[in-house]
Write a new protein. Sequence first.
Length: 145
Amino acid sequence: MNIALKKLTDTAKMPERGSAAAAGYDLFADITEDQVIEPHDTKMIGTGIAVAIPDGYFGGIYARSGLSAKEGLRPANCTGVVDADYRGEIKVALHNDSTEARKIVPGQKIAQMVVMPFLDVVFEEQDTLDQTDRGAGGFGSTGKM
């Protein structure tokens, strides 16, 4: 699949896969100076790129496992969504879950994007729904092993 990409700055980097089998494409901080994210704070970090994702697909923005596990930094909304009709800069709201200030430097890998298909559904209002064994049982209703 080809996806059109526009660099919005001279310093923007193209998304890259960490390996041939990687599902995600690393996104890089397109900033001019270091950014400090204080504990339990969120900072919007631009990537300097815009994309034209094809209809029927979206870009899921996910944490980089190393950055999350080692530094406590993750997308603030846990998973971001870049819709097919969005043409603005991809930005990542990075949240610091740690108890220490964390620094993002220009060109640092800050998140990963996975391009995925989605279903176009139509919701049909009904008076009743089919019955299942679980029914309306919510969180924890299926028990622990």
